[in-house]
Design a binder for this molecule. Structure first.
Ligand code: ATP
Ligand code: MG
Length: 574
């Protein structure tokens, strides 16, 4: 491709709307343009990267036995009513009506429609396992579309669905997909980690892993163990708990004055106790019901665990007025003793406390020597807290490390959730009707493009991993006025193209400095420069974007050197 013909509208300034580096660079380097909130155009460079990622995804899905299909984006409401998700999905679902007032949605995911396809077209155990997938646009009316391609309202996903005869079959399909996903992200040149994730509404024994590209800008927090291979999204991470071996003896509970002391830190310092010796009481609105949750003062509540435990759809912290309704002290003096008419749930650690401090449900007062179980009763006790860095690994007790990650993919054992709701069955060897056992597996293709940049960039721009770079090589003649340089650049361009490399020729009549800057900005892995000394010494410069390494090679050796560099980086996934 000649740059003079390429639609590549680069920007000098960082667009104000872009908060994260991938969004900034994708706009600045002319890979994407915004159409409306969370909806983007992919310009030629962006589209080339997407196609590279998709090609890797396709190869790995096909190798794992997947068959590519293409399903409708417009999906009838009836299927979503059948699965029960029409009302559950809420405002994220783009809904529309046709001219006959029939309701539809734009697919945010395709479990319903693929199950409908399979139930009408697959009958026998001989046809299973069946793995079908597509790469297509998905639509989610995200509450906060942001970070460019990271969280769009229209985005590209690869979604695969597996249909098996039984749980054992699902295990096998899941295992194949897990391996295929690892291959995809490794081949894309990314540093990633599969982590145990929360199964959400499906819950139960359903297993699920998220594939996280590790980057500081990631929205997700993960913990991992350096000693064993335990890794989990903090939303999911179990917290170890060992009851004290030699518990303190309880003392009589007493009320003390704590004027103006509302926060855990204030109360702990005022009463000269550790935050770990206090009980933090939080009131939530779970669907339409107020509930209270107790956690040790130095801990945080894991709202995902809480939501799953309660089995509710919606969960938010109570407002001050709602707190006042259950406690005369308001939010600052909440405590489990004397709380009005709300079920109380406690994190397991709380029940091991013997002489705790808690709010007294009246202004300016706390109780000391509160003994859970003796001084108040609870509705339920479970693990409700957020894991912290340095805690012991639940498998091997080594201290856990935290890292931020970008969720680029997720694999999920659905079991019979959808096959049961939509009656998707097959006939087994005995002619008996059985429910198919399903799995679903998604990769955010457009998000992967952004994640690759979050992980691979510097002050000058993008540093594409070679496997997903829009072009592998960029050729820059330093002076377009020098006929020898221009001719040599054109010759090398043709030669490399003939060899099957993906080459961009910067044939613009720009200053060398501008061309170098743009080459760095768009992140092409290898730059071939034909400079002013070329006519004299016949040497061409090859520069590696990733580490700045430079080679001077005779004109005739350019092709071999480029081949060597590309092969080396693909083998090493750089
Ligand atoms: P998130 O928690 O980030 O909202 P999700 O868990 O809802 O994502 P899935 O339903 O698991 O997403 O979708 C599969 C993949 O699609 C995700 O792993 C992610 O890479 C991608 N994805 C999901 N939502 C978006 C979005 N709004 N924009 C871009 N990619 C997305
Ligand atoms: Mg997910």
């Amino acid at each position: 491709m000649r740059m003079t013909q390429l639609l590549m509208p680069t920007l000098r300034e960082t667009p104000a709307e872009a908060e994260v580096v991938s969004h900034q660079l994708l706009l600045r380097a002319g890979f994407i343009r915004r159409s409306s909130a969370g909806v983007y155009h992919y310009l030629p460079l962006g589209q080339r990267v997407l196609r590279k990622i998709m090609a890797i995804v396709r190869e790995e899905m096909d190798a794992a036995g997947g068959q590519e299909i293409l399903m409708p984006i417009i999906q009838p409401a009836e299927l979503w009513l059948e699965s029960g998700r029409w009302h559950v999905y809420g405002e994220e679902l783009f809904r529309l009506k046709d001219r006959h007032q029939r309701e539809f949605c734009l697919g945010p995911t395709h479990e319903e429609i693929v199950t409908d396809l399979v139930r009408h077209n697959v009958r026998s155990y001989r046809d299973l396992p069946l793995l079908v997938y597509q790469i297509a646009n998905k639509y989610r009316d995200e509450r906060r579309p942001r970070f460019g391609l990271m969280r769009g309202r229209e985005f590209i996903m690869k979604d695969l669905y597996s249909f098996d005869r039984d749980e054992a079959g699902l295990e096998e399909s899941y295992h194949h997909m897990y391996t295929a996903y690892s291959n995809v992200f490794r081949r894309c040149g990314l540093t990633f980690r599969p982590v145990e994730a929360d199964a959400g509404a499906i819950g139960g024994t359903a297993g699920t892993h998220e594939f996280m590209v590790l980057a500081n800008s990631g929205e997700a927090l993960v913990v991992y163990c350096a000693a064993c291979d335990y890794a989990a999204n903090v939303e999911k991470a179990e917290c170890s708990f060992e009851p004290p071996v030699d518990p303190e003896l309880p003392l009589a509970m007493t009320k003390v004055a704590t004027p103006g002391q509302r926060t855990i830190a204030e109360v702990a310092s005022f009463l000269q106790v550790l935050p770990a010796e206090t009980i933090k009481t939080m009131v939530y609105l779970a669907d339409d019901k107020l509930i209270a949750v107790l956690i040790r003062g130095d801990r945080e509540i894991n709202e995902v665990k809480l939501l799953n435990y309660l089995g509710c759809l919606d969960l938010r912290l109570a407002t001050e007025a709602e707190c006042q309704a259950v406690s005369a002290g308001g939010a600052g003096y909440l405590g489990p003793v004397g709380l009005k008419d709300v079920p109380v749930y406690a994190d397991q650690e709380v029940m091991g406390m013997m002489r705790a401090v808690s709010g007294a449900n009246e202004p300016d007062a706390h109780y000391v020597n509160v003994c859970p179980g003796r001084d108040f009763a609870v509705e339920g006790v479970t693990d409700l807290r957020l894991v912290q860095s340095g805690e012991p690994c639940p498998h091997c007790k080594t201290a856990l490390t935290t890292a931020r990650g970008i969720e680029v993919g997720q694999v999920f054992k659905l079991g019979i959730k959808y096959s049961k709701a939509l009656n998707c069955t097959y006939l087994d060897e005995k002619g008996q009707e059985q429910l198919m056992v399903m799995g679903c597996y998604g990769i955010g293709v457009s998000r992967t493009m952004a994640a690759a940049i979050e992980q691979n960039h510097d002050a000058d721009g993008i540093i594409w991993p070679v496997a997903i770079a829009p072009f592998q090589v960029i050729i820059v003649p330093v002076s377009t006025k020098d006929a020898v340089q221009v001719q040599t650049a054109a010759d090398i361009y043709q030669e490399l193209n003939r060899e099957g490399f993906e080459v961009l020729l910067d044939d613009r009549a720009e200053r060398a400095g501008v061309k170098f800057k743009d080459a760095d900005l768009i992140g092409i892995p290898f730059r071939v420069t034909i400079g002013n000394k070329y006519a004299a010494d016949g040497l061409v410069e090859i520069k590696v974007r990733k580490n700045g390494e430079q080679f001077k090679v005779p004109r005739t050796e350019v092709r071999a050197k480029i081949r060597e560099l590309i092969q080396h980086s693909l083998v090493h996934n750089a």
